[in-house]
Design a protein around this ligand. Structure first.
Ligand SMILES: [Zn+2]
Length: 257
């Protein structure tokens, strides 16, 4: 009789502990930040970006302009970049020559990569008064050794995401690391279309995620590859406003755990 009672008690305790553990595991993750979007723009389409900014200012939008070939820009273009910075947009580095980092390093080594592509870019951007803390890989070409070397100089690095049909499997959400990946919203990008973009935005909203997007030249009407319609950007701005989401810049991610 006593033995039976002890056995019953042990069994009940075990069940209770098991149940408690499962409950602990199922606890949802509490996010300390709001759902949002990072809109990043690559290369050097300063005039087009400036026109887009005039249209989208009404939405209090924030962009990250990832600039390459700073040495080829005219004085008036540098002034526009400084105005962006003053308005709260971020200017990021995208290489002095826009070299494919991984291919360059394979051929010439990492020391030459910094000597030709990174250090002169940072010197010139700092001379102009541009504060650079993020870097974006041209063509998304990267490897872990390059990531580690560049993270000695930059706080956040952005590559390009692999494309998946399923929104939840996309690698283009903030991943709590210093290396993040973006989804291209250029109009002729194979995987881009408005319903898919809406799926990505809905997923970010429902799961308190930060969606990272990239674009190149901003236009009213698409005439070639690497162009994003201003209408697409306006749609994103409206979505963010309607759903009480937030615009982030790449460097904002450095302050989020
Ligand atoms: Zn580029």
């Amino acid at each position: 009789m006593t033995k039976n009672w002890i056995l019953k008690t042990v069994l009940l305790c075990t069940l209770f502990i098991l149940f408690s553990c499962q409950k602990e595991k199922a606890k949802p993750e509490i996010k300390t930040y709001r759902a949002g979007v990072i809109l990043s723009f690559d290369d050097a389409y300063v005039d087009e970006w400036f026109d887009t900014d005039q249209k989208l200012k009404q939405y209090s939008w924030k962009a990250t302009f990832c600039v390459c070939k700073i040495n080829t820009l005219r004085h008036y273009e540098i002034k526009k970049l400084l105005e962006f910075q003053k308005e709260g947009h971020e200017i990021a580095g995208h290489g002095l020559h826009h070299y494919h980092a991984e291919k360059f390093v394979k051929k010439y080594g990492i020391k030459d990569y910094f000597k030709q592509e990174i250090n002169p870019m940072l010197r010139l951007m700092s001379f102009y008064g541009l504060k650079i803390t993020s870097f974006v890989y041209p063509y998304g070409g990267r490897n872990p050794k390059l990531d580690a070397a560049l993270l000695n100089v930059f706080k956040i690095i952005r590559g390009r995401a692999f494309c998946e049909e399923d929104a939840s499997k996309q690698g283009c959400y903030f991943n709590h690391s210093k290396i993040v990946y973006s989804f291209s919203i250029d109009d002729t990008h194979n995987h881009f279309n408005i319903p898919h973009l809406m799926k990505l935005l809905d997923y970010a909203k429902k799961n308190d995620e930060i969606l990272i997007l990239n674009s190149h030249k901003t236009v009213e009407n698409v005439t070639a590859d690497y162009q994003t319609k201003n209408a697409t950007l306006e749609l994103i701005c409206k979505y963010i406003r309607c759903n009480n989401m937030k615009f982030y810049t790449l460097s904002d991610l450095d302050n989020i755990q």
